[in-house]
Design a protein around this ligand. Structure first.
Ligand code: PLP
Ligand code: COI
Length: 355
């Protein structure tokens, strides 16, 4: 029983694949733990969840998510602390964002406490898959998609919710080079940019490919109306240090994904008395500061990306390099987050949930 109303069936694998993994060289997102959790929505309600061996799915060719994109996901991590316990990092925030994505995409909401319980359960079953190596984690991918076998545009009546997990290393192994994008648009006011929905990522592939041809790992998206304001990057929120102060775009529009890592960066910075401001940031302000050498730090913040230093920023054919040292503020914030997740300092924010 996961709560008063949902019972969970567990069907374990007969032979674990855990010994096939090269634990010292984990790429991101290519190794999958033994089990997955599945919960279907039909007849107007959630059916009982089941934990089963990780396996292929069988799908009808008219499965509506494939055609019309009613599909959302979350990305979160479990870490092993120095003393061997396993903790989720702020799973309530993922549960809340997932519910908000459900609402925006006309999908049935999973109660937030149930979402967190299901995540705990799948991590508990595959606890041995949580890496022990420093800097490695168990990446958790909850996702929900429409399963009506139907050709026509309407919210599906049936859905499949799944959670699988992957032991992972770093997403970006080197500091990233990004280009400020002024032509293509990731999200527009009134659109779905704030939802973690599959189509946002599909739409970003072509502009990101063009950026890659110019040597950039990622784009920094700007607003869809004037391309005047900095928004975020494709896999992470962005933070700059200008004149000794950290600044990051405010989430007051519905075009930016409200990142849990970015929120944590802001809260840690505040607690360490590192000045940080969330506000509108113009491209001009950043580019002028880059030209004048006043940008002393820039980084992305995301679950997969963690705190990813930005080494170079491209704008209108010019490339600006930001020194990788000393980067005192982001180094302190990253160390604080790492220490917290490893249980080396007290979890004074109450962010960790023990599995
Ligand atoms: N922005 C986008 C577009 C993302 O895909 C992500 C990653 O999930 C983030 C920001 C960072 O969000 P979080 O820190 O919650 O992982
Ligand atoms: C995450 O950070 O969890 C994301 O969803 C980003 C994705 C590129 C892995």
């Amino acid at each position: 029983m996961i709560n008063d109303t949902i019972s969970i069936k567990v069907n374990k694998i007969s032979q674990s694949r855990i010994n096939d993994i090269d634990w010292d060289n984990l790429p991101f997102g290519r190794e999958f733990s033994d089990h997955m959790l599945e919960m279907n929505y039909a007849d107007g309600k959630w059916q009982d969840p089941e934990i089963k061996p990780f396996a292929d799915l069988q799908m009808h060719p008219a499965t509506s998510a494939i055609h019309y994109g009613q599909s959302i996901f979350e990305g979160m991590k479990a870490n092993r602390s120095d003393d061997g316990n396993i903790f989720l990092f702020r799973p309530d925030m993922n549960a809340k964002r997932f519910a908000e994505s459900c609402e925006r995409m006309c999908m049935p909401i999973i109660p937030e406490d149930v979402f967190v319980d299901l995540v705990r359960k799948i991590v508990e079953i595959d606890a041995e898959w949580v890496p022990r190596k420093k800097g490695y984690s168990l990446y958790i991918r909850p996702f929900l998609f429409a399963t009506d076998e139907f050709i026509g545009i309407k919210p599906s009546d049936t859905y499949k919710f799944l959670i699988f997990t992957c032991p992972v290393g770093v997403y970006y192994s080197n500091p990233v080079n990004v280009k400020i994008e002024e032509f293509y648009t990731r999200a527009s006011q009134g659109g779905v940019g704030k939802a973690k929905t599959a189509g946002n990522y599909a739409a970003s592939l072509y502009p990101a490919k063009k950026g890659k041809e110019e040597g950039f790992d990622q784009l920094i998206w700007t607003d869809g109306i004037e391309h005047k304001y900095i928004e975020e990057s494709g896999t992470m929120n962005v933070v700059f240090e200008i004149d000794g102060k950290l600044i990051t775009p405010a989430e007051d529009s519905d075009t930016i994904l409200c990142g849990i890592t970015k929120r944590s960066v802001v809260e840690v910075a505040n607690s360490l008395n590192i000045p940080i401001e969330e506000r509108k940031i113009t491209v001009e302000e950043v580019v002028t500061a880059l030209k004048e050498g006043r940008v002393t730090d820039a980084f992305g913040a995301g679950t997969a990306a963690t705190i990813a230093p930005i080494a170079k920023i491209g704008f209108r054919g010019e490339l600006f390099e930001i020194p990788l040292q000393p980067r005192t503020s982001s180094t302190r914030i990253k160390a604080h987050l790492d220490d917290l997740k490893a249980g080396r300092i007290e979890d004074s924010f109450n962010w960790l949930v023990r599995v």
